[in-house]
Each structure stands twice: as structure tokens, then as C-alpha cells.
Design a binder for this molecule. Structure first.
Ligand code: SF4
Ligand code: SF4
Length: 372
């Protein structure tokens, strides 16, 4: 039985939605959404849940993750109730409920906390990295004040803690949604569904359909500036850079001639990442559509970190080409590694979380369709 939370609308505002009580239930938002349908009805239904205080209905729903935040619904809403922003806020709200530490809630609710925590973590990760190279002067100076082993062990604990938290969040989400969907896993259907999820994650066909929709601001624009392509660029760029880094690490010889395939992969991926993040930041600064008008501090930091990681990556590549060993290049290496580690460490607590929550929701969605 669902309990009613009379403060839900108030709580949701802290996660970045407007006053959706101005909604008069006309249904226009659901009508223009190219993704919603009889199998997944949103965003109007979630406005009702929000108004009625049905927290459990929200966090046990896979449907909030099927929305790609295109903002078409907000653009056409006659009451400026911003249903697209509500969907984004519901995803943040749900992420905060799934992960058990309460850190996501603090990061999403308070821009100041988000900023201070992220910067403090960056400093800590910087110190942790210095424990890997304990013989350089700055490390020796630091370890006069704080014992080497303490920083190193704390760093390892932080990584393990974040990993466990991300995994717990995923399990909690699975339990919540399955309480509603009640799927019974069968091998054949599971494999078929996993295939569908992978295809959707890498093609984001449904997101593309938002851009091409007749109500969309982007319909007549060039593909290269459409949100789908920008999201695709960022995802491709990040995954490519991660692969190139892992290859370099495994092969333990990032030398130019020997491992050129990972160099090419890194360069191309870096270009995709930088392009996607710069244009997205421009859209967010200019608030070009309602989808870009509400940006939380956590979202700004996420994009800025991605961009800086890409730029410092190119700097380092240039340094390798020119064989330039200098203090400045070492500093850039430190910044680049801290940024990359921070993105990984904050995986479960930042916008990045959608990279594993959304595929799980898609899994439920496709599995249910297959069983019909
Ligand atoms: S959010 Fe706007 S478009 Fe959607 S039902 Fe309410 S008033 Fe209508
Ligand atoms: S933001 Fe886009 S995908 Fe999400 S509910 Fe609105 S129209 Fe649908």
C-alpha cells in the first residue's frame, strides 16, 4: 500500500523542478512526447503522482528513465509547468533514494555543498595520487605532515566505498522497480532484452526521435548541432578515452610508435568529447530551449570536468609527442588524473549515474514488452 507524503512537492523542488501545481491536467505534454505511449505514460502521470505525494509510485517506476529530457513537453505546456524539468528532477530524486549514503541527495539539493564537496574531493584525490609517486619533492613535503600510508589507505577506502555504493544503488533500484513490474527472469528473454538494451544505449534511437519530432525546436537543424548527436559525442568520447587509457595501462607502454591504435582512439575520442561538451555548455549558458534552462551545480561541474579532462588529455598528448618533461606538464598530468578519477569516484552521485540507472530501466521496459 502506498503511503502519502504531503511534503513531496516541496521535496521535489529542491531537486530542481518548478511549481508544477500550475498544471491543469490538459494532457498536451503527453500528446507531444514522442517516447511516451500506452506502455509508458508520462509526463502528465508523474505530475499527478507529485501532487498526490506518491513517493513510492515515482521511485518504483522505470518510466522516468525512458524520458530523454528533450524538453518538447515543457515548450508546449500552456501553463509553464515545466513537465520536462519535473522528469529530470524525479530522476535525481530517485537516484538519491536508491543510493544509501544520502550523499546524492546533498549534492543535488545544495549547489554549495556540491561545489565544496567536489573541490575537497579533488584536493584529496590529488594527495592520494602523490602517494603513488612518493619520491618527488612535493610528496616528501606533504608526507612530513600527513603519513603516506594514511592518505593512501583512505584513497583506497574511498574507491571501494564508492564502488559498493554504486552497486547497492543499482540493486535498490532493481528491487523497487521489480516490486511493481514483477518480472521473472528467463534466460532466453533476458539475453534478447540485453541485446535490445545495448542497441538502444549505443544508438539512442529513441532520443533521436525526440530531435526529429515535428514539435521539436531541433527538427530542421543540422544533425551535428542536435542534442542527440552531442550526447552521442560525449558518450562515445568518454568510452573511447576510457578504452584508450585502459589499453595504455595494460600494455604499460604508451609509446607513440608501438601502440599507435590507442593513440588514434584517444585523439578521436577526445575530439568528440570536447566538441560535445563545449556545444552543450553553450546551450546551457544560452538556455536555448527549456531543456537547457535548468542546470544544477552538479550538472555544471560534470560537464566542466569532462571538458577539462579532454583538454588536459590533449595537452599531455602534445607533451608526449614533443617529449617535453617539465613541472608544468607534470602538474597538468596531476590535474588530468584527478579530474578523471573524480568522474569515476562520483559515478553513483552525479549525472553520470544515469549511465547505469537508465539501462536497467530500459531492461525492465523491453523485458515487459517481450513478455506480452
Ligand atoms: S504539464 Fe502542462 S501540458 Fe502537461 S498536463 Fe499540465 S498543463 Fe497540460
Ligand atoms: S522531456 Fe521529452 S522525452 Fe521527456 S517527457 Fe518531455 S517530451 Fe517526453
Amino acid at each position: 500500500m502506498n503511503s502519502i507524503n504531503p511534503k513531496l512537492a516541496c521535496d521535489l523542488k529542491k531537486f530542481g523542478t518548478f511549481d508544477f501545481s500550475s498544471c491543469y491536467n490538459c494532457g498536451q505534454c503527453t500528446a507531444v512526447c514522442s517516447i511516451t505511449g500506452p506502455d509508458a505514460s508520462f509526463p502528465r502521470m508523474f505530475i499527478r503522482y507529485g501532487m498526490l505525494g506518491l513517493t513510492e509510485e515515482i521511485i518504483s517506476s522505470k518510466d522516468i528513465w525512458l524520458c530523454y529530457a528533450c524538453g518538447d513537453c515543457s515548450e508546449t505546456c500552456p501553463r509553464q509547468a515545466s513537465p520536462g524539468d519535473l522528469m529530470a528532477a524525479l530522476r535525481r530524486f530517485s537516484m538519491a533514494k536508491y543510493e544509501p549514503t544520502g550523499l546524492s541527495a546533498m549534492i543535488y539539493k545544495s549547489n554549495w555543498f556540491s561545489l565544496v564537496f567536489t573541490l575537497a574531493l579533488a584536493v584529496f584525490l590529488g594527495f592520494f595520487l602523490l602517494t603513488i609517486k612518493p619520491d618527488i619533492p612535493v610528496s616528501r613535503w606533504l608526507f612530513n605532515f600527513v603519513p603516506f600510508q594514511i592518505i593512501h589507505d583512505l584513497g583506497m577506502i574511498a574507491f571501494i566505498f564508492m564502488g559498493i555504493t554504486a552497486f547497492t544503488g543499482l540493486i535498490n533500484m532493481y528491487r523497487k522497480i521489480n516490486r511493481k513490474e514483477k518480472i521473472k527472469l528467463r534466460l532466453k528473454n533476458t539475453l534478447l532484452t540485453v541485446k535490445q538494451v545495448i542497441a538502444e544505449v549505443f544508438s539512442m534511437k529513441r532520443y533521436r526521435s525526440c530531435d526529429d519530432d515535428k514539435f521539436s525546436y531541433w527538427q530542421s537543424k543540422n544533425l551535428l548541432v542536435k542534442p542527440w548527436f552531442l550526447h552521442f559525442s560525449i558518450m562515445l568520447g568518454f568510452l573511447g578515452l576510457l578504452t584508450a587509457t585502459v589499453l595504455d595501462f595494460i600494455l604499460k607502454d604508451p609509446a607513440l610508435k608501438t601502440w599507435w591504435p590507442s593513440r588514434i582512439l584517444g585523439t578521436v575520442s577526445g575530439l568528440f568529447l570536447i566538441y560535445g561538451t563545449i556545444i552543450t555548455l553553450i546551450y546551457r549558458i544560452g538556455k536555448v530551449t527549456p531543456a537547457y534552462s535548468q542546470t544544477r551545480m552538479a550538472d555544471w561541474l560534470f560537464l566542466i570536468f569532462l571538458l577539462l579532462a579532454g583538454i588536459t588529455g590533449f595537452w599531455l598528448e602534445l607533451a608526449v609527442f614533443t617529449d617535453a618533461a617539465s613541472t608544468l606538464n607534470n602538474l597538468v598530468l596531476l590535474v588530468h588524473t584527478v579530474l578523471s578519477m573524480e568522474l569515476v569516484v562520483l559515478f553513483a552521485f552525479s549525472k553520470f549515474g544515469h549511465a547505469f540507472y537508465r539501462p536497467l530501466a530500459l531492461f525492465f521496459h523491453f523485458y515487459k514488452n517481450l513478455e506480452k
